[in-house]
Design a protein around this ligand. Structure first.
Ligand code: UT7
Length: 322
Protein backbone atom coordinates (compact mmCIF):
# COMPACT_ATOMS: atom_id res chain seq x y z
CA UNK A 1 0.00 0.00 0.00
CA UNK A 2 1.29 3.49 -0.87
CA UNK A 3 0.85 6.45 1.50
CA UNK A 4 0.89 10.02 0.12
CA UNK A 5 3.15 11.95 2.51
CA UNK A 6 3.38 15.75 2.68
CA UNK A 7 7.17 16.03 2.52
CA UNK A 8 7.46 19.81 2.22
CA UNK A 9 5.39 22.99 2.26
CA UNK A 10 6.20 26.42 0.86
CA UNK A 11 4.62 29.81 0.28
CA UNK A 12 5.20 33.18 -1.27
CA UNK A 13 3.47 36.52 -0.70
CA UNK A 14 4.46 39.47 -2.92
CA UNK A 15 6.22 42.33 -1.17
CA UNK A 16 3.67 45.09 -1.71
CA UNK A 17 0.96 45.31 1.00
CA UNK A 18 -2.35 47.11 0.51
CA UNK A 19 -4.19 47.80 3.78
CA UNK A 20 -7.91 48.45 4.19
CA UNK A 21 -7.09 52.09 4.87
CA UNK A 22 -5.11 52.24 1.58
CA UNK A 23 -8.17 50.96 -0.34
CA UNK A 24 -10.49 53.44 1.39
CA UNK A 25 -8.42 56.21 -0.22
CA UNK A 26 -9.70 55.33 -3.71
CA UNK A 27 -13.00 53.46 -3.05
CA UNK A 28 -15.95 54.33 -0.78
CA UNK A 29 -15.20 51.81 1.99
CA UNK A 30 -13.59 51.68 5.44
CA UNK A 31 -11.32 49.43 7.50
CA UNK A 32 -14.22 48.91 9.97
CA UNK A 33 -16.64 47.67 7.26
CA UNK A 34 -14.10 45.29 5.67
CA UNK A 35 -12.75 43.93 8.97
CA UNK A 36 -16.16 43.41 10.59
CA UNK A 37 -17.66 41.58 7.56
CA UNK A 38 -14.61 39.55 6.52
CA UNK A 39 -11.79 39.61 9.11
CA UNK A 40 -9.43 40.96 6.42
CA UNK A 41 -6.86 43.64 7.41
CA UNK A 42 -4.57 43.66 4.36
CA UNK A 43 -3.67 41.90 1.10
CA UNK A 44 -0.43 41.44 -0.90
CA UNK A 45 -0.26 42.68 -4.50
CA UNK A 46 2.09 41.34 -7.20
CA UNK A 47 4.41 43.86 -8.81
CA UNK A 48 3.74 44.80 -12.45
CA UNK A 49 6.36 42.38 -13.76
CA UNK A 50 5.27 39.41 -11.59
CA UNK A 51 3.02 36.77 -13.13
CA UNK A 52 1.34 33.72 -11.60
CA UNK A 53 4.32 31.55 -12.67
CA UNK A 54 6.75 33.87 -10.85
CA UNK A 55 4.80 33.55 -7.60
CA UNK A 56 4.52 29.78 -8.17
CA UNK A 57 8.30 29.58 -8.69
CA UNK A 58 9.00 31.22 -5.32
CA UNK A 59 6.54 28.98 -3.43
CA UNK A 60 7.88 25.87 -5.22
CA UNK A 61 11.48 26.71 -4.23
CA UNK A 62 10.37 27.16 -0.61
CA UNK A 63 8.60 23.77 -0.65
CA UNK A 64 11.53 22.03 -2.38
CA UNK A 65 13.88 23.37 0.31
CA UNK A 66 11.49 22.33 3.09
CA UNK A 67 11.27 18.80 1.60
CA UNK A 68 15.07 18.66 1.27
CA UNK A 69 14.91 17.35 -2.31
CA UNK A 70 16.13 18.56 -5.71
CA UNK A 71 13.73 19.94 -8.32
CA UNK A 72 14.93 17.15 -10.62
CA UNK A 73 13.39 14.59 -8.21
CA UNK A 74 9.87 15.84 -9.10
CA UNK A 75 8.08 13.73 -11.68
CA UNK A 76 4.72 15.57 -11.89
CA UNK A 77 3.60 19.19 -11.40
CA UNK A 78 -0.07 20.00 -10.81
CA UNK A 79 -0.72 23.72 -10.67
CA UNK A 80 -4.09 25.10 -9.59
CA UNK A 81 -4.90 28.57 -10.89
CA UNK A 82 -7.73 30.64 -12.33
CA UNK A 83 -5.32 33.44 -13.32
CA UNK A 84 -2.88 31.64 -15.65
CA UNK A 85 -0.04 33.51 -17.39
CA UNK A 86 -1.38 32.61 -20.83
CA UNK A 87 -4.44 30.91 -22.36
CA UNK A 88 -1.97 28.22 -23.37
CA UNK A 89 0.39 26.57 -22.72
CA UNK A 90 -0.34 25.82 -19.09
CA UNK A 91 1.37 27.73 -16.28
CA UNK A 92 2.47 24.30 -14.98
CA UNK A 93 4.70 23.59 -18.02
CA UNK A 94 6.19 27.08 -17.67
CA UNK A 95 7.00 26.31 -14.03
CA UNK A 96 8.46 22.95 -15.11
CA UNK A 97 10.81 24.82 -17.47
CA UNK A 98 11.72 27.51 -14.88
CA UNK A 99 12.63 24.70 -12.45
CA UNK A 100 14.68 23.06 -15.24
CA UNK A 101 12.76 19.77 -14.92
CA UNK A 102 13.14 17.75 -18.13
CA UNK A 103 11.03 14.67 -17.37
CA UNK A 104 7.58 13.61 -16.19
CA UNK A 105 4.55 15.81 -16.84
CA UNK A 106 2.90 19.06 -15.80
CA UNK A 107 -0.66 20.38 -16.09
CA UNK A 108 -3.01 23.04 -14.69
CA UNK A 109 -6.22 22.47 -12.74
CA UNK A 110 -8.97 25.07 -12.89
CA UNK A 111 -11.39 24.84 -9.96
CA UNK A 112 -11.02 28.44 -8.72
CA UNK A 113 -10.93 28.67 -4.88
CA UNK A 114 -11.24 24.86 -4.58
CA UNK A 115 -8.29 24.40 -6.96
CA UNK A 116 -5.76 23.29 -4.35
CA UNK A 117 -8.10 20.65 -2.91
CA UNK A 118 -8.84 19.38 -6.46
CA UNK A 119 -5.09 19.30 -7.17
CA UNK A 120 -4.27 17.49 -3.90
CA UNK A 121 -6.98 14.91 -4.49
CA UNK A 122 -5.74 14.31 -8.07
CA UNK A 123 -2.11 14.06 -6.92
CA UNK A 124 -3.05 11.62 -4.14
CA UNK A 125 -4.75 9.34 -6.66
CA UNK A 126 -1.74 9.46 -9.02
CA UNK A 127 0.61 8.55 -6.15
CA UNK A 128 -1.60 5.79 -4.74
CA UNK A 129 -1.93 4.28 -8.23
CA UNK A 130 1.88 4.06 -8.35
CA UNK A 131 2.11 6.20 -11.54
CA UNK A 132 4.14 9.03 -9.94
CA UNK A 133 6.41 9.11 -6.89
CA UNK A 134 7.03 12.80 -6.15
CA UNK A 135 4.50 15.50 -7.06
CA UNK A 136 4.75 19.27 -6.75
CA UNK A 137 1.25 20.67 -6.10
CA UNK A 138 0.95 24.45 -6.39
CA UNK A 139 -1.85 26.99 -5.92
CA UNK A 140 -0.91 30.35 -7.45
CA UNK A 141 -2.97 33.43 -8.20
CA UNK A 142 -2.72 37.06 -9.25
CA UNK A 143 -6.32 38.14 -8.54
CA UNK A 144 -5.34 41.83 -8.47
CA UNK A 145 -5.44 41.63 -12.31
CA UNK A 146 -9.07 40.47 -12.47
CA UNK A 147 -10.50 42.86 -9.88
CA UNK A 148 -12.49 45.95 -10.75
CA UNK A 149 -10.72 48.37 -8.39
CA UNK A 150 -13.78 50.64 -8.56
CA UNK A 151 -16.15 47.92 -7.26
CA UNK A 152 -16.06 48.02 -3.45
CA UNK A 153 -18.16 44.84 -3.15
CA UNK A 154 -15.34 42.69 -4.62
CA UNK A 155 -12.01 44.57 -4.71
CA UNK A 156 -11.61 44.52 -0.91
CA UNK A 157 -11.88 40.73 -0.72
CA UNK A 158 -8.95 39.30 -2.70
CA UNK A 159 -5.14 39.27 -2.87
CA UNK A 160 -2.16 37.65 -4.66
CA UNK A 161 -0.15 34.67 -3.36
CA UNK A 162 1.22 31.22 -4.01
CA UNK A 163 1.60 28.09 -1.90
CA UNK A 164 3.01 24.63 -2.62
CA UNK A 165 3.26 21.08 -1.28
CA UNK A 166 5.75 18.37 -2.20
CA UNK A 167 3.95 15.02 -1.98
CA UNK A 168 5.81 11.73 -1.90
CA UNK A 169 4.69 8.12 -2.16
CA UNK A 170 5.94 5.83 0.62
CA UNK A 171 5.24 2.11 0.93
CA UNK A 172 3.48 1.11 4.19
CA UNK A 173 1.33 -1.78 5.37
CA UNK A 174 -1.66 0.53 5.89
CA UNK A 175 -2.56 4.22 5.52
CA UNK A 176 -0.96 5.49 8.71
CA UNK A 177 0.11 8.96 7.65
CA UNK A 178 -0.25 11.46 4.84
CA UNK A 179 -3.50 11.84 2.90
CA UNK A 180 -6.12 9.55 4.43
CA UNK A 181 -8.98 10.44 2.12
CA UNK A 182 -10.30 13.24 -0.08
CA UNK A 183 -13.54 14.23 -1.75
CA UNK A 184 -14.31 16.80 -4.48
CA UNK A 185 -17.69 18.04 -5.75
CA UNK A 186 -19.16 20.60 -8.15
CA UNK A 187 -22.57 21.88 -9.22
CA UNK A 188 -22.48 23.99 -12.39
CA UNK A 189 -26.04 25.30 -12.05
CA UNK A 190 -24.57 27.95 -9.72
CA UNK A 191 -21.82 29.14 -12.10
CA UNK A 192 -23.55 32.54 -12.51
CA UNK A 193 -23.23 33.35 -8.80
CA UNK A 194 -19.47 33.96 -8.99
CA UNK A 195 -17.68 34.38 -12.31
CA UNK A 196 -15.15 36.26 -14.40
CA UNK A 197 -15.80 36.68 -18.15
CA UNK A 198 -13.25 37.21 -20.89
CA UNK A 199 -12.53 33.64 -22.04
CA UNK A 200 -11.40 33.41 -25.68
CA UNK A 201 -14.52 31.44 -26.79
CA UNK A 202 -16.83 34.19 -25.49
CA UNK A 203 -17.72 36.43 -28.44
CA UNK A 204 -18.41 39.53 -26.39
CA UNK A 205 -18.23 40.32 -22.71
CA UNK A 206 -19.06 43.42 -20.73
CA UNK A 207 -16.01 43.14 -18.48
CA UNK A 208 -13.25 40.74 -17.51
CA UNK A 209 -13.61 41.24 -13.78
CA UNK A 210 -14.91 39.18 -10.85
CA UNK A 211 -18.69 39.36 -10.41
CA UNK A 212 -20.27 37.90 -7.29
CA UNK A 213 -23.57 37.44 -5.52
CA UNK A 214 -21.92 37.64 -2.08
CA UNK A 215 -24.90 36.55 0.02
CA UNK A 216 -25.58 33.45 -2.12
CA UNK A 217 -21.90 32.50 -2.12
CA UNK A 218 -21.78 32.88 1.65
CA UNK A 219 -24.86 30.69 2.20
CA UNK A 220 -23.72 27.88 -0.12
CA UNK A 221 -20.12 28.02 1.19
CA UNK A 222 -21.25 27.26 4.75
CA UNK A 223 -23.83 24.62 3.74
CA UNK A 224 -21.68 22.73 1.26
CA UNK A 225 -18.44 22.80 3.27
CA UNK A 226 -20.22 21.50 6.36
CA UNK A 227 -21.89 18.69 4.40
CA UNK A 228 -18.72 17.56 2.60
CA UNK A 229 -16.66 17.46 5.80
CA UNK A 230 -19.34 15.34 7.47
CA UNK A 231 -19.35 13.02 4.44
CA UNK A 232 -15.54 12.71 4.44
CA UNK A 233 -15.24 12.07 8.19
CA UNK A 234 -18.05 9.54 8.01
CA UNK A 235 -16.47 7.59 5.14
CA UNK A 236 -13.03 7.68 6.83
CA UNK A 237 -14.53 6.65 10.21
CA UNK A 238 -12.88 9.63 11.93
CA UNK A 239 -14.60 11.61 14.70
CA UNK A 240 -14.54 15.43 14.55
CA UNK A 241 -12.83 15.47 17.98
CA UNK A 242 -9.86 13.63 16.43
CA UNK A 243 -9.08 16.70 14.27
CA UNK A 244 -6.16 18.72 15.64
CA UNK A 245 -6.34 21.55 13.11
CA UNK A 246 -8.95 22.77 10.66
CA UNK A 247 -7.25 24.44 7.64
CA UNK A 248 -10.06 25.94 5.56
CA UNK A 249 -9.90 28.06 2.41
CA UNK A 250 -9.27 31.58 3.72
CA UNK A 251 -12.10 33.63 2.17
CA UNK A 252 -13.88 35.23 5.06
CA UNK A 253 -13.47 34.81 8.83
CA UNK A 254 -17.24 34.63 9.38
CA UNK A 255 -17.56 31.72 6.91
CA UNK A 256 -14.76 29.83 8.74
CA UNK A 257 -16.28 30.42 12.17
CA UNK A 258 -19.84 29.52 11.11
CA UNK A 259 -18.69 26.33 9.35
CA UNK A 260 -16.58 25.28 12.37
CA UNK A 261 -19.51 25.94 14.70
CA UNK A 262 -21.87 23.82 12.58
CA UNK A 263 -19.28 21.03 12.62
CA UNK A 264 -18.97 21.37 16.44
CA UNK A 265 -15.26 22.05 15.99
CA UNK A 266 -13.60 24.21 18.66
CA UNK A 267 -12.78 27.70 17.36
CA UNK A 268 -9.19 27.53 18.66
CA UNK A 269 -8.56 24.65 16.22
CA UNK A 270 -9.13 26.86 13.15
CA UNK A 271 -6.04 28.12 11.31
CA UNK A 272 -6.78 31.75 10.39
CA UNK A 273 -4.51 33.76 8.09
CA UNK A 274 -7.15 35.60 6.02
CA UNK A 275 -6.47 38.78 8.04
CA UNK A 276 -2.93 38.93 6.57
CA UNK A 277 -3.59 38.25 2.86
CA UNK A 278 -7.38 38.24 2.13
CA UNK A 279 -8.82 35.61 -0.23
CA UNK A 280 -6.00 34.26 -2.44
CA UNK A 281 -8.19 31.58 -4.08
CA UNK A 282 -6.25 28.36 -4.83
CA UNK A 283 -3.19 29.64 -2.92
CA UNK A 284 -4.98 30.14 0.38
CA UNK A 285 -4.82 26.63 1.87
CA UNK A 286 -1.07 25.99 1.29
CA UNK A 287 -0.30 29.54 2.48
CA UNK A 288 -2.34 28.95 5.67
CA UNK A 289 -0.63 25.57 6.17
CA UNK A 290 2.88 26.93 5.58
CA UNK A 291 2.23 29.83 7.98
CA UNK A 292 0.90 27.53 10.71
CA UNK A 293 3.82 25.09 10.33
CA UNK A 294 6.38 27.92 10.42
CA UNK A 295 4.61 29.41 13.49
CA UNK A 296 4.94 26.02 15.24
CA UNK A 297 1.16 25.48 15.51
CA UNK A 298 0.86 22.50 13.16
CA UNK A 299 3.30 19.72 14.04
CA UNK A 300 4.24 16.40 12.45
CA UNK A 301 1.66 13.75 13.36
CA UNK A 302 -1.25 16.20 13.72
CA UNK A 303 -4.57 15.24 12.12
CA UNK A 304 -5.65 17.97 9.68
CA UNK A 305 -8.86 18.76 7.90
CA UNK A 306 -8.47 20.90 4.76
CA UNK A 307 -11.54 22.20 2.92
CA UNK A 308 -12.50 24.75 0.27
CA UNK A 309 -15.40 26.23 -1.64
CA UNK A 310 -15.33 28.35 -4.78
CA UNK A 311 -16.84 29.45 -8.07
CA UNK A 312 -18.63 26.82 -10.12
CA UNK A 313 -19.70 26.05 -7.47
CA UNK A 314 -16.83 23.68 -6.63
CA UNK A 315 -15.96 22.37 -3.20
CA UNK A 316 -13.97 19.63 -1.51
CA UNK A 317 -12.08 18.41 1.54
CA UNK A 318 -8.93 16.46 2.39
CA UNK A 319 -8.19 14.55 5.60
CA UNK A 320 -4.51 14.09 6.32
CA UNK A 321 -2.05 13.22 9.05
CA UNK A 322 0.85 15.65 8.62
O1 UT7 B 1 -14.27 31.74 -2.25
C1 UT7 B 1 -15.51 32.36 -2.22
C2 UT7 B 1 -15.31 33.85 -2.41
N1 UT7 B 1 -16.36 34.68 -1.94
C3 UT7 B 1 -16.69 34.91 -0.65
O2 UT7 B 1 -16.19 34.35 0.27
C4 UT7 B 1 -17.73 35.96 -0.38
C5 UT7 B 1 -18.86 35.49 0.48
N2 UT7 B 1 -19.70 36.60 0.83
C6 UT7 B 1 -19.38 37.48 1.81
O3 UT7 B 1 -18.38 37.31 2.46
C7 UT7 B 1 -20.29 38.64 2.08
O4 UT7 B 1 -21.47 38.51 1.33
C8 UT7 B 1 -19.62 40.02 1.76
C9 UT7 B 1 -18.50 40.28 2.76
C10 UT7 B 1 -19.02 39.99 0.34
C11 UT7 B 1 -20.64 41.14 1.86
O5 UT7 B 1 -21.26 41.14 3.12
P1 UT7 B 1 -22.85 41.28 3.23
O6 UT7 B 1 -23.18 41.31 4.65
O7 UT7 B 1 -23.45 40.19 2.39
O8 UT7 B 1 -23.07 42.73 2.60
P2 UT7 B 1 -24.02 43.17 1.38
O9 UT7 B 1 -23.43 42.73 0.08
O10 UT7 B 1 -25.43 42.80 1.69
O11 UT7 B 1 -23.89 44.74 1.51
C12 UT7 B 1 -24.39 45.44 2.66
C13 UT7 B 1 -24.13 46.91 2.43
C14 UT7 B 1 -24.65 47.42 1.07
O12 UT7 B 1 -25.11 48.74 1.24
P3 UT7 B 1 -26.70 49.03 1.35
O13 UT7 B 1 -27.26 48.53 0.06
O14 UT7 B 1 -27.16 48.24 2.54
O15 UT7 B 1 -26.74 50.50 1.52
C15 UT7 B 1 -23.40 47.45 0.21
O16 UT7 B 1 -23.46 48.40 -0.83
O17 UT7 B 1 -22.72 47.15 2.42
C16 UT7 B 1 -22.36 47.85 1.22
N3 UT7 B 1 -20.99 47.45 0.87
C17 UT7 B 1 -19.92 48.07 1.35
N4 UT7 B 1 -19.77 49.12 2.20
C18 UT7 B 1 -18.53 49.50 2.51
C19 UT7 B 1 -20.60 46.44 0.06
N5 UT7 B 1 -19.26 46.42 0.00
C20 UT7 B 1 -18.81 47.40 0.79
C21 UT7 B 1 -17.53 47.85 1.15
N6 UT7 B 1 -17.45 48.90 2.01
N7 UT7 B 1 -16.41 47.28 0.70
Amino acid sequence: MINTIVKGIGMYLPEKILTNDDISEFVNTSHEWIYERTGIRQRHIASEDQMTSDLAHMAALDAIQDANINAADIDLIILATSTPDQVFPSTAVKLQDILNIKRGAAFDIHAVCSGFIYALSTADNFIKSGKYKRILVVGSEVYSRILDWKDRSTCVLFGDASGAFILEGQNKNSITSGIIDSVIRSDGQYRGKLYCDGGPSMKSSTDNFINMDGKEVYKHAVEKQTAIVEELLDSAGVDIDAIDWFVPHQANLRILQTTAKKLKLKEEKIIVTVDKHANTSSASIPVAMATAVKDGKIKRGDMLLLEAFGAGFTWGAVLLRY
